[in-house]
Design a protein around this ligand. Structure first.
Ligand SMILES: [Zn+2]
Length: 372
């Protein structure tokens, strides 16, 4: 996938989409892990690395602000001159830095007085900062989910292929559950505008499933212009593929339940402020706006704003909790119904964005199998 490196596409747009992928994956793992604290960005990036190494490096290149300090530039230049192509060993900026850091540390050992050797100390600080620039993240640390685990018996549905050329990764979750993740991208890059997340929770004993589809967009100071790119088309598509086919309804056809819960809408728009970097920490806020509601209130000026979505949205902090508890999202549907839906609606081309498709399955015991 070349989209993230395609210079014909506006860099800001590519950055926003890269950030949207991270947010989608972050939300998926937050739901899966059942923790009150959302997954951190560092952990999310580790997951992305695990899912797709190539995509990871492209995304990180776009969203991480890497300021090349003068020290970094100096060592890059120095390495380019000093490196001998005929030598067995390559001289890298890191190896040169390492050598100088050791040297400075030795010099500083000659005194315990912090007020002395001030300039050497400052230089050591700069060298260490430059080393950080080069050293890759230690990705094996902070692993949040384990994959490659053994399950004796798998329900036949778990093995099913959904997309052509799909790559699947399975993760072990607490509470005898597993998470199946697929990361997909459209063939035609020019349509990409954000990212999508499909999250499905399966009940294999009763052969049923409930789900939610999220569409991540970037808004500018609380305004999303629907005329921009094909946002409106994508939202219309989402509504016609979810709300209009009756997925956002109860079994008897209401959109509300007799039980205590939110209305049955299974598609949400996720507008979020532009990528913000505060000292290398990504911050994101944002809301969940039900698609059934979005299309009702866009008004003549074709925009979604913080004010016209007031009182009709769910904050990011409570959404996953409500979805886990079955208070928000779709009702339970039979697994057969879902399969038919995949086929009929051509799930492959549903929204034309980079997509994370997450499926959460219980790991069935022999007893469960016997009961079936
Ligand atoms: Zn709906």
């Amino acid at each position: 996938m070349n989209y993230f490196e395609d210079e014909k596409i506006d860099e800001v747009e590519r950055k926003n989409s890269a950030f949207a992928v991270v947010r989608a994956l972050r939300e998926a793992t937050t739901i899966a892990r059942r923790r009150t604290q959302p997954t951190t960005y560092e952990q999310t990036l580790n997951m992305l690395y695990d899912l797709d190494e190539e995509l990871y490096s492209k995304v990180v290149n776009l969203i991480e602000v890497k300021n090349e300090s003068d020290t970094v530039k100096y060592y890059k230049e120095k390495a380019s001159v000093v490196d001998d192509p005929n030598s067995l060993f390559t001289t890298t900026p890191e190896s040169l830095l390492e050598k100088d850091i050791d040297e400075h540390q030795e010099w500083l050992k000659t005194t315990d007085d912090a007020s002395k050797l001030k300039f050497l100390r400052t230089q050591l600080y700069r060298l260490k900062a430059a080393r950080k620039f080069f050293s890759p993240k230690r990705l094996s640390e902070h692993k949040i989910l384990e994959h490659d685990f053994f399950i004796a018996k798998r329900h036949p549905f778990v093995q099913k292929q959904i997309y052509e050329d799909e790559q699947v990764k399975d993760y072990n979750l607490d509470g005898e559950r597993m998470l199946r993740l697929r990361l997909l991208h459209p063939d035609r890059d020019e349509h990409i505008l954000g990212a999508d997340l499909i999250y499905e929770i399966f009940d294999l004993v009763n052969e049923r499933v409930r789900f939610v589809h999220l569409q991540y967009k970037t808004w500018d100071k609380g305004v999303l212009y629907l005329k921009q790119g094909n946002i409106k088309d994508q939202l219309n598509k989402m509504q016609s593929n979810l709300c209009s086919v009756g997925f956002c309804k109860s079994e008897i056809g209401n959109n509300h339940s007799d039980l205590y819960r939110m209305p049955f809408c299974c598609g949400f728009l996720r507008p979020t402020e532009k990528l913000q970097m505060v000292q290398k920490k990504l911050k994101s806020s944002g809301i969940h706006l039900p698609i059934c509601e979005v299309m009702k209130n866009i008004g003549d000026d074709d925009k979604i704003t913080k004010s016209n979505s007031k009182g009709r949205n769910i904050s990011s902090t409570v959404f996953s909790e409500l979805f886990i508890e079955n208070i928000i999202g779709s009702r339970w549907h039979s697994m057969n119904q879902l399969e038919e839906y995949y086929e009929k609606r051509d799930i492959e081309s549903l929204y034309n964005n980079i997509r994370i498709h997450a499926q959460e399955f219980p790991i069935l015991s022999d007893e469960d199998y016997a009961r079936k």
